[in-house]
Design a protein around this ligand. Structure first.
Ligand code: G4F
Length: 324
């Protein structure tokens, strides 16, 4: 994208209202503004709540207030809202045990469970306010988890696929596997995977994760970006849930990812570590995309299994090519 002659990178800081306003002054005649700026890691938001608030919450205010002050009321605006805003809305047990299928949609109440989600709620309501108060074409996409090979390496999906890529590379490293790891005559460290070849013992750190029971409605990021653009092409602004309508646990993600590289039982590869549990968890996310399908004509094009395999394939290939 940096080589595209139509692409301009302007340097600024979303938390600094003067900086935002200075940049927007140079671009008052643009057609559309998309705000995807965030400290978007939920676990990090518990450790850096004020920073998260400044970027994720106040950042949106800084853009919208600058647009009002600069009389940019006819510029279309997109806010990246998040399914994290639903928070504690459904209890997993309720959702699974009740006979009725349960989904979150545009009418579902927000019960945010993290500083990140609270900041996203503030930005969401600010977007609605400028739409209703100033007549701006401001829309919010309530996006459920969207993933792909470009996902940051500390989010659970990419953390898993990156580990698999590194592990496959390690396994390939030319050591002939000797059957019977049990023959090792010392107590193995349960945090490590061992391989023995002749007299040589090789180790690899296991994948350390937190809660494996949470449900997420995971889709492919590329499909979701298309939905963002479609929202701003509508005659009227509105809020839309963007999701697949299907939900899976982290455990299920692990199952599909590991079996794609031929590992049926992944239990010896993963360690559950309290460090990766959060002070408050969002147990169950499953969206209803009826409104986006009906009004935007949008549908997700990639299934959960395709998404997982795409990410695993990317990381296996990446690490095979890297000289690690
Ligand atoms: O991948 P995650 O960190 O994503 P999370 O918290 O659902 O948030 C993502 O999706 C939101 C949309 O709903 C976005 F708004 C947000 O910006 C971000 O993109 O965690 C997913 C689940 C959680 O339940 C977490 O507790 O995975 C669980 N998990 C288990 N072990 C882990 C880990 N999460 C991370 N990041 N790292 C772990 O080791």
């Amino acid at each position: 994208i940096l080589n595209n002659e139509n692409f301009n990178l302007a340097q600024g800081d979303i938390t600094d209202a003067f900086s935002v306003s200075r940049i927007l002054k140079e671009y008052v005649h643009v057609d559309e503004i998309y705000n995807l700026a965030a400290q978007s890691h939920v676990a990090v938001s518990f450790k850096q709540p004020a920073l998260t608030w400044d970027i994720t919450g106040k950042g949106c205010l800084n853009i919208l207030q600058s647009m009002i002050d600069l009389d940019m009321l006819s510029v279309r605006f997109y806010q990246a809202s998040s399914s994290e805003m639903y928070g504690k809305n459904f209890d997993t047990r309720d959702s699974l045990l009740s006979n009725v299928e349960r989904y979150q949609d545009e009418e579902t109440k927000f019960l945010p469970q993290s500083p990140y989600a609270i900041a996203k709620c503030a930005a969401h309501y600010m977007t609605r306010l400028v739409r209703e108060g100033y007549g701006m074409h401001a829309s919010a996409g309530i996006l459920f988890n969207h993933e792909g090979p470009r996902r940051g390496e500390t989010f659970v999906t990419r953390k898993i696929t990156k580990w698999i890529g590194e592990y496959c590379k390690w396994k390939q490293k030319g050591i002939r596997l000797t059957p019977g790891v049990h023959d090792i005559d010392f107590t193995p460290n349960p945090d490590l995977i061992y391989r023995v070849a002749h007299d040589e013992v090789k180790t690899f750190p296991k994948l350390r994760l937190g809660n494996l029971e949470a449900y997420r409605d995971w889709g492919y990021a590329g499909d979701y970006v298309e939905a963002m653009w479609m929202m701003l092409q509508q005659e009227s602004p509105d809020d839309y849930v963007i999701c697949t309508g299907k939900t899976h646990t982290i455990r299920e993600f692990l199952g599909v990812a590991f079996s794609h590289v031929g590992i049926k039982d992944w239990s010896n590869c993963v360690v559950q570590d309290p460090e990766f549990y959060r002070p408050a968890e969002v147990d169950y996310l499953r969206g209803c995309n009826d409104k986006a399908v009906d009004k935007l004509g949008w549908t997700p094009k990639h299934s959960f299994e395709e998404l997982v395999r795409m990410m695993v394939d990317h990381d296996v290939k990446k690490h095979r090519n890297d000289n690690i």
